[in-house]
Structures are given as structure tokens and as C-alpha cells.
Design a protein around this ligand. Sequence first.
Ligand code: KE4
Length: 435
Amino acid sequence: MQDNRMDKRETSARLFEAATKVIPGGVNSPVRAFRGVGGTPPFIKRASGPWVYDEDDNRYLDFVGSWGPMIVGHAHPEVVEAAQRAIRDGFSFGAPTRAETVLAEEIVARVPHIEMVRLVNSGTEATMSAVRLARAATGRDRIVKFDGCYHGHADSFLVAAGSGALDIGEPSSPGVPRAVVKDSLIASFNDLGVVEDFLEGDDVAAVIVEPVGGNAGCIPPIDGFLEGLREMCDRHGTLLILDEVMTGFRVARGGAVERFGIRPDLVTFGKVIGGGFPIGAYAGPEHLMRQVAPSGSVYQAGTLSGNPVAVAAGTATLALLDAAAYETLESLGAYLERSLLGVIHGSSFPVVLQRVGSMFSLFLRSEPVLRVSDAADIDHEQFASFFHGMLDDGFYLAPSAYESSFLSLSHTPGLIDEFVAGTAEHFHRVFATLV
Ligand code: KE4
């Protein structure tokens, strides 16, 4: 891998300049613009297995995995074949199809406590719909979310993620009316303290949480956190929404619901269940889900919901994610962790690795990260230098200190060895003044 140093990404630079003229920031989703690490993002032209290739034919070992969907590796032959087969029969009908039922049945079979699923087109649609359903089912308006958790860009969620204060959220994005976010209460991840205060009025429709924080780097729930949310919600008639857009079918065959044994009232999915095609879903017990139109009056719709190609790719992806696959993902994650700890413990490097299954983050600090304020407490220039050093050596980590990175079934111990060797080299360089 070392001989793959990036001497130039001139084509990407040219393409980025052109893109910024016609697309805000040159990207169709902000994190892709490298604002968190600076520099020019490689323009990717193809991917296969664990590799992505940019327009200058630089090859990178990919740990972004399209932010989670590519869990079986890019362009897996069986997923390609399933998508091609679906495409040959037409792309979209705006009518029910057998395949949507098959995917919904598979999701229900895997995830404890859910009986029905509605497919949508993105994680954002899934979470906004789940909150609408929770508000309808409870007759309440307020929701609780956690600092550093990201649930997509629906207005209710675009709130300054306060640091565990009793703040009523303030819109973090212009254009989001205060009237909308006044009902969005911000608590601190891994801290039950203020949640009880928020719920005591029995006027909160839902608590929505990522069961594993994935959007402030990878932050596992501390013991008792999820269980405490469940108990409080039960006591106050509040619904618990587990946002598994990232963790769903990533951290276990039945997602975090299975891994942590937590009973949700509603669960949201995305990413993996589309295998890289646009998809989302929200799910729950029949008594809640039947309230969704047209069986109930909670309206939600979508032209391309349940798209045959996305459903085919997602179904093929889930078919590859059998028990052996999760054993492989867990063992790859454990191998990565063991190898990286070998580098970190053998040095004075201030680096913390946090991992759940095949999702992980490296935080350039000494203390564990329990919430976004910890994740923010790093030297961001050091992180950017580490990130770009690794990128130039052909390792594509998440281009932000506030994101998770991912392994796939196509990663191997040998490739992890090369990655770990790269981290050792760049930790030495970045922390040179410390050694
Ligand atoms: P989408 O609307 O991007 O499909 O899903 C929103 C969403 C909801 N919930 C969770 C837990 C999520 O992680 C996401 C989206 N994740 C980000 C990665 N941090 C997507 C990448 C991006 O925004 O470009």
C-alpha cells in the first residue's frame, strides 16, 4: 500500500471546481466536501470489494463504505446480479410488488418486537415518519433527542445539539422555524439525568436515539443507558424510537435491538437494507404501524418507496448477511481493534479506538468518548493531518472527526495489517512532538 502514495489528484481537483459551480459546495451531501478535514475530495469513479478508485486512478482501501450500506463490499456479484435482474424487468411501477413483501418479511423476521414495516427512500424519511407516527399515536408534540445524534435533516432534528443542558433546542440550520424545534428537547448522550426531567410532564411523544452513537464518531451506549430510556419511556407513556439507520443489520443480524436486547416502540432503518440504493424504513408493532395510511390516518407516501431495484439489492445484501457473515464482521473488527491497540499501547499516542462490531472510530485523544463534547475535544488539525496522510497512502477513512468508519465482508486481516501499519506511521508523524 505504501507505494500507492497520492502524488496528485488533479482530475478530482478539476472536477471539484466544476462541481462547485453548479452544486452547492460541489457535493450532494455536505460531509463529502471534506470541510471537516480540508483539501479536495477524491472524485470516485468506481468501486469493487473493499476498494474505491478515483478519477486519477488512485486506489483507496475504503472504510467509509458509502457511510454504511456497503457492508458486503462494493459491487458484490450477487447484489449486482439481483439489481440487474430487477432492472431488466422495469425500474419502477408505482404499484405493490411481491419483492417489497419479501423484504418486509425478512426485516420482521430478524428484528425482535416488530411486526410491520413501511419502506421509504431515505433514513431521513424513515425518522421523520416515525416521529410523526409517535406524535399521532400519543397525541403529544414534544420529542427528546440527544446531542451528537443525527437522525437526518428533517426540521425536528436540525437542532443545536446542546451539551446536555435543559435547553429547548435552537435551530442549527437557518430556515428551520422555532415553532418547529420548540418541541425538540436536547439531552446528553449516555446521560439519563435530564431525560427524567423532560418526561415528567407526560407530554413527550417520543425519545429518539441512535442505540450506538455513529454521528459523533462511534460512541457505544454505557451500561444502563438504553435500559434506562426504556424504563423511563414506559413510566411516562413516551415511545422509544431506536434510529438504526446506521446500526441496523450492521451490529448484529437483528441490529442493535438484538445486540442490546432493548424493546423499541419504533425502529428506523436505511443504508444496509438498500445495499447502496436509496431506501429507508420504519417499523414497529402492528398496533402502532396500522395507524399509518392507508390502514390508518397518519399520512406518509412516496413515489419511489419500495423501488424494485433498491429492494432487490437490499434483499440480496441481507441474504449474504447470515450468521457466518456476522461472525466474520465481528472477528475482522476484533482483529482491527487488537492490532490497533498494539500500536497505541506500545506508544504514548493519545488515541482511543471505539468499536461496535464492524463500525469504529479513532479519536485522537487519551480519554474515552462518551458524548459529542468529548469527540469535539481534540486537536482538529492533528486529525486532518492524520486523515490526509492516510488518504495519500491509500486509506480512505471517514473525512470527519464526527463520523464512524466501517469494515465490510470484503476486508481481510492482511488489508487490516496494512491499514494498521499506516496508522502507526502517521501517528508517529502527527504526534512527533510527543515521542
Ligand atoms: P439519510 O437521509 O442520509 O439516508 O439518513 C439519515 C440518517 C438517519 N439516522 C442515522 C443514524 C444516520 O446515520 C443517518 C445518515 N448518516 C450519515 C452519516 N453520518 C449519512 C451521510 C451523509 O449525510 O452524507
